[in-house]
Design a binder for this molecule. Structure first.
Ligand code: SF4
Length: 958
């Protein structure tokens, strides 16, 4: 395709002459690469390639210097600022402003502004009447307008502004003097030095051709003008009549000015090309709901229109924002085998940066306990979940995460975490200001060693390494004093905030993906532009400057208007030669706001004829999958049946014996799939380490506290009998019993101070009250005997059932919170901290999965009756299943015993498990037979309410 750069190359070759003596100056390096390629393609024999450089190169070469690193420059400025300002500012806090001031200084130098005049306090407008003859009336009016509006501001604002404004000129002077003495400089200062010293400079002997420029800074303008006047330099303009001839078109703003200029005007072609007008292909516009949907659309467009043999490098995807880069790369059709990316990608969005930030963040959550460094569990978990640590030592990461979950540990010792290997030891150590940067650099090196095969990650790491080394130089050479970790983290974030990874793909083959400004001077047959939204293309007002708008304008510094003109030109020039144009915008913006279509699309739809552009945007519907998620059902295969046999006396003796608890039976009745996932597949419920007291933790604390209270007391009394005198003594033991439970729950040492957070403090008080309530209720039953407590024993039983392999004995097991003998009855007590009911419809209802009000707690306490009777077959005493529902413990009519019958019907209290055992065993047997039935699949419950809090709801899409 005959694009601008190709045509320029063609013209130069046609002209002949000594190309060795020619130097081509282009706006950016990318254009230079393409130009070189076209020269190579078009040259018919061996020819000298002209030298190619950017305008920046030309300035730096003439000045014989290059700008210093930004971080270094901001630090130098900080030194001057600290000496001038009465306000003591820390470097990291100054950094943000420092970068902005540096940019302003660079701008004013590039635009040859007199800094003394600009930063003069013009509050007293009389000054403006003298010695300002270099300004036009219009410029003076703008300055006056600013200071007049300034007068209207409140006093506080005025004082603050003047304090700052008065500092800027001395800062500019001091900064430049300091840099000069240190042999340093910044971009704008170099440009000014060259532009102001052109008369006395040795000019390069080569013939200069400036190609594809749009908006010059004043220094560029001066230099190019000088080259044209004194050296006969040429300019090749990349332009179109469409926007130059129409004064309303912002894209032509600069060209219209240059056309009137006595030096630049004659460099324009006699007839300005009318490529946009003559173009035949239609521009298609699209609207998609979300930004991310554009990636799918781009993939679809590429799929549709790319022929197998087509030259992909004729197609460009323009991305005004970087976030779309990876989604688009991930969705590219298979036929796109080569891709060339040219754009900056923010380092902050890379996984490596996130990891390093997490390593530093960890340092904020460290403390010393028992002379050992310990880390808070949350940042530790985040790090262990990162791909870097997981892949380095997967078993160790999993093990620690598992332990964290299981033990509810809040702080982990560094030594334990460092045992994972070299990388773990580097990450999990307490960093000191003296070794901080070195450790991070070591860390990057170590990560790079492990990522040899991942070129993308290597690139990220290299960039981070480079930045960290820059930081190290600054700290070593200049800051010298030790910095706090906090300070370092802040400066780390500041420095990385603006850094972009320069993707500059080469060779120039394959599909081209690039940012907006990178597309300058390049022409493509097929153009796809994403994110054609206001705020993206054109970008929103991004002119960060300390210099007020009116003053920038008055001193001919660039303002937003110029910025807009540059973007408009970049957009329109994409249309110069394109044969197929697709413009895509999204309707939803960030935070649910409506995103606006770019003004460029509106403009084109108004300006162009129907044949040139679609009047209506093609609405791209994102298909919503309304088909319900496929039902999950697991059939019992040999392996599953074999696994189930572990619950029976037919098990392989090598395999551990297992028993069904009442919870397992309840889960089977609730949802057979959940039972499968938990008891057969062994999926763990992802539990969180809880510092706050959720209902499950509170339930644990209830059990532990009551166990401690009675267990400790009876052990010291050496008797299981509780009499009235014991209850007073037990009351005094409530507080230590609760404290011990909390220590045990949170794995705290016996003598370790318990620092209770807000919720835990409340929970402790509530627990003490509940224990008082239990003792009060127990007082009414004295004397009684405690037969067993939770920790004392696990009750077991065998139940014969019929299976396909004949009769087998199934193991049942359970822990009963408390078994006591009150009078002539044995009570099987289950402590409950929730709102469990004690009434139940019938024994059958306890196993009826269709019954929404099935009483699971009653099913469980009857199960204890079965277990107890099986363990003490000689027992003749009545067994009383009881629920100590602690929420009701203070009620006058508190009654812990189960009652048959629900609603208003008269209820019958369960006086002995034996009265119900036959029916209960029958139901339980049939339930177990269902579990062992080879044809009974593990399917999902039909009752969606049960899925509400199920940990597997994501698996089930419920
Ligand atoms: S989400 Fe529902 S269907 Fe799936 S396992 Fe849990 S309870 Fe069963």
């Amino acid at each position: 395709m005959d694009g601008f750069l190709r045509q320029t190359a063609h013209t130069l070759l046609q002209r002949g002459g000594d190309l060795k003596a020619v130097r081509i100056i282009l706006p950016n390096r990318r254009a230079g690469l393409f130009f070189k390629k076209y020269m190579g393609q078009l040259a018919e024999g061996p020819v000298w390639m002209p030298a190619i450089a950017t305008i920046e190169d030309l300035f730096y070469e003439m000045a014989r210097k290059r700008p210093a690193d930004n971080l270094r420059l901001v630090y130098e400025m900080y030194q001057v600022f600290s000496a001038l300002s009465e306000v003591k500012e820390e470097f990291d806090r100054f950094y943000f402003w420092g970068e902005m001031i540096l940019k302003d200084f660079s701008d004013l130098d590039q635009f040859l502004v007199n800094p003394e005049k600009l930063f003069t306090n013009l509050k007293e407008q009389k000054i403006l009447d003298s010695d300002w003859s270099f300004l036009s009336r219009e410029q003076i009016a703008l300055i006056k307008a600013f200071w007049a509006s300034f007068e209207e501001r409140d006093r506080y604002y005025q004082e603050r502004f003047l304090q700052f404004w008065d500092l800027l000129f001395p800062l500019y002077q001091g900064f430049n003097a300091r840099l000069k003495s240190g042999g340093l400089s910044y971009g704008g200062a170099i440009y000014r030095e060259v532009a102001e010293g052109l008369q006395g400079m040795d000019m390069p002997a080569t013939h200069h051709i400036f190609v594809g420029f749009n908006a010059f800074t004043r220094t560029e303008e001066k230099l190019i003008r000088y080259f044209i006047e004194h050296q006969g330099a040429e300019i090749f303009w990349d332009i179109d009549r469409y926007y130059i001839n129409d004064p309303a078109q912002e894209a032509g703003l600069f060209f219209r000015e240059y056309l009137k200029d006595p030096v630049f005007g004659p460099t324009f072609p006699g007839e300005i090309p009318a490529q946009i007008e003559r173009r035949k292909a239609r521009i298609q516009t699209y609207t998609v709901p979300l930004k991310i949907n554009q990636a799918n659309l781009v993939a679809g467009l590429l799929e549709q229109s790319l022929g197998e043999l087509e030259d992909l490098e004729e197609t460009v995807v323009i991305l005004p924002e970087e976030q779309l880069l990876f989604p688009i790369l991930n969705l590219l059709p298979d036929k796109v085998r080569q891709v060339n990316v040219t754009m900056g990608y923010p380092v902050r969005q890379t996984p490596v940066y996130t990891f390093l930030e997490a390593v530093l963040e960890l340092q904020r959550y460290t403390k010393i306990e028992n002379e050992e460094v310990v880390f808070y569990h949350k940042p530790v978990k985040e790090l262990l979940h990162t791909v870097f640590l997981r892949e380095n030592n997967p078993d160790f990461s999993t093990e620690i995460l598992e332990e964290l979950r299981r033990t509810n540990t809040i702080y982990l010792p560094a030594s334990k975490l460092a045992a994972g290997g070299k990388l773990f030891a580097l990450v999990f150590q307490k960093l000191l200001s003296s070794n901080l940067i070195e450790v991070i650099l070591d860390l990057i090196r170590l990560l790079a060693e492990g990522l040899q095969e991942h070129s993308m990650e290597q690139t990220y790491l290299m960039q981070c390494y480079k930045q960290m080394n820059r930081l190290k130089d600054i700290f070593d050479q200049d800051i010298k004093e030790a910095v706090s970790v906090e300070f370092f983290i802040r400066i780390f974030r500041q420095v990385f905030a603006e850094i972009k990874l320069p993707f500059q793909g080469e060779p120039l083959e394959g599909l081209q993906i690039m940012g907006v400004l990178e597309s300058r001077n390049l022409d493509f047959k097929r153009v796809i532009v994403c994110q054609m939204n206001e705020g993206s293309f054109p970008p929103s007002n991004s002119m960060n400057s300390m210099i007020p708008f009116n003053l920038r304008r008055a001193f001919r510094m660039p303002v937003q208007e110029q910025n807009d003109a540059i973007y408009a030109y970049t957009f329109y020039r994409l249309l110069h030669r394109a044969e197929e144009v697709h413009l895509i915008y999204a309707t939803a913006g960030a935070n649910g706001q409506v995103a606006e279509k770019s003004r460029y699309i509106h403009q084109l739809q108004i300006e162009m004829a129907n044949e040139q552009i679609s009047r209506r945007d093609k609405v791209v519907h994102v298909p919503v999958d309304l088909t319900p998620a496929k039902a999950i059902s697991i059939e019992k295969n040999v392996a599953i049946l074999d696994f189930l046999s572990r619950y029976t006396d037919k098990r392989d003796p090598e395999q551990p014996a297992m028993s069904f608890s009442p919870s397992a039976i309840n889960m089977w009745l609730d949802c057979r799939l959940k039972f499968y996932l938990t008891y057969i597949a062994g999926l763990e419920t992802p539990e969180k380490v809880e510092e706050e007291v959720d209902p499950a933790i509170f339930g644990n604390l209830v059990h532990l506290s009551l166990e401690n209270l009675y267990g400790n007391y009876l052990r010291s009394k050496k008797s299981n009998r509780v009499e009235s005198g014991d209850l007073e003594r037990l009351r005094d033991l409530i507080f230590p019993a609760v404290e011990k439970a909390i220590r045990s729950q949170y794995f705290l040492e016996t003598d370790e101070e318990v620092n209770l957070g807000g919720q835990l403090l409340i929970a402790r008080d509530v627990l003490q009250k509940y224990l008082i309530g239990v003792l009060e209720k127990d007082a009414a039953k004295v004397p009684f005997e405690i037969i067993s407590l939770e920790a004392d024993r696990k009750y077991r039983a065998q139940l014969p059932i019929k299976t396909a392999d004949g009769v087998v004995n199934v193991s049942l097991g359970g822990i009963i919170d408390r078994v006591d003998r009150v009078g002539n009855a044995i009570r099987l007590v289950d402590y409950k901290s929730g709102g469990d009911r004690k009434d139940f419809k019938s024994i059958e209802s306890l196993f009826d999965r269709q019954d929404n009000s099935r009483n699971k707690a009653a099913m469980q306490t009857f199960f204890y009756g079965l277990l107890y009777q099986a363990n003490f077959p000689e027992n003749k005493l009545p067994l009383l299943p009881a629920l100590y529902n602690l929420r009701d413990i203070f009620k006058e009519d508190f009654n812990p015993y189960l009652q048959e019958g629900t609603g208003t019907k008269s209820k019958k209290q369960v006086m002995d498990y034996a009265d119900y055992s036959e029916r209960y065993l029958q139901e339980l047997t049939s339930c177990l037979e269902e579990i062992f039935n080879p044809t009974q699949v593990f399917d999902q419950t039909a009752d969606l309410k049960k899925c509400q809090y199920c940990p597997f709801s994501e698996i089930c899409c419920r």
